[in-house]
Design a protein around this ligand. Structure first.
Ligand code: CA
Length: 229
């Protein structure tokens, strides 16, 4: 596994430890000490995954994540000392794929990185037919979603959430089921993460389609309700 990991972190001790463990696991590791440097490096080196500290001098980590997201679909793991759930949710809302709270075990960080990259690999190996619904078309191979002739811009994780729901359209999926299908057993997060992602997918799809497509089933979970054609 020779994926490239970019660590954006101003604290030397964390950089050093994270790099040592990731290199030992076989990854190529790049280091950036500030937000602007990280954005620049991501642009030129095209890493597979970015580990991003939220507390950075110069440019806040949230801002860095937003800029990375504008330019690519790179996986992002947020490092945060903030234990407030609202901060984690805000991080996920701007497009991070996972978060790790400091102080963290370097082994856990490596496990998270491997889990996310595994997700991508299994997604690219699947050859699957396009799903056609009344309003939405989903092409799992090209990872493309369209409403009419409008392509909907979804992040990797948003796409996976939509695909999980759409493949079981008309049936209710619980938050736990969605967590399992999208994040797998390696995820340590809460159900709240599912709400955030479903909310984003729903907003983007329904803005284009003009009709409700994902139904909240109170106390249970979510249901994709666009009829298959
Ligand atoms: Ca920091």
């Amino acid at each position: 596994m020779n994926a490239t990991i970019l660590i954006i972190e101003d604290e030397a001790s964390i950089r050093t430890v994270a790099r040592a463990y990731l290199e030992q696991a076989g990854f190529r590791v790049l280091l950036a000490l500030s937000g602007p440097e990280g954005v620049e490096m991501a642009r030129h080196e095209r890493p597979d995954l970015v580990i991003l500290d939220l507390n950075l001098p110069g440019m806040d980590g949230m801002e860095v994540a937003a800029r990375l997201r504008q330019e690519s679909d790179v996986f992002i793991i947020i490092l945060t000392a903030r234990s407030e759930e609202s901060d984690r949710v805000a991080g996920l809302r701007i497009g991070a794929d996972d978060y790790v709270i400091k102080p963290f075990s370097p082994r856990e960080l490596v496990a998270r990185v491997e889990a996310i990259l595994r997700r991508r690999r299994s997604a690219t190996l699947v050859v699957a037919p396009t799903l056609h619904f009344a309003h939405v078309q989903i092409d799992p191979d090209r990872r493309e979603v369209t409403v009419g002739d409008q392509v909907i811009d979804l992040t990797t994780t948003e796409f996976d959430v939509l695909l999980a729901l759409a493949r079981r359209h008309g049936r209710v999926l619980s938050r736990e089921q969605i967590l399992d299908l999208v994040w797998g057993n390696d995820f340590y997060g809460t159900d709240r993460v599912v709400d955030v992602y479903v909310g984003q997918v729903r907003r983007k799809l329904e803005a284009a389609a003009g009709v409700p497509l994902i139904q909240t089933v109170r106390g249970v979970g979510y249901k994709f309700i666009d009829p298959a054609v």
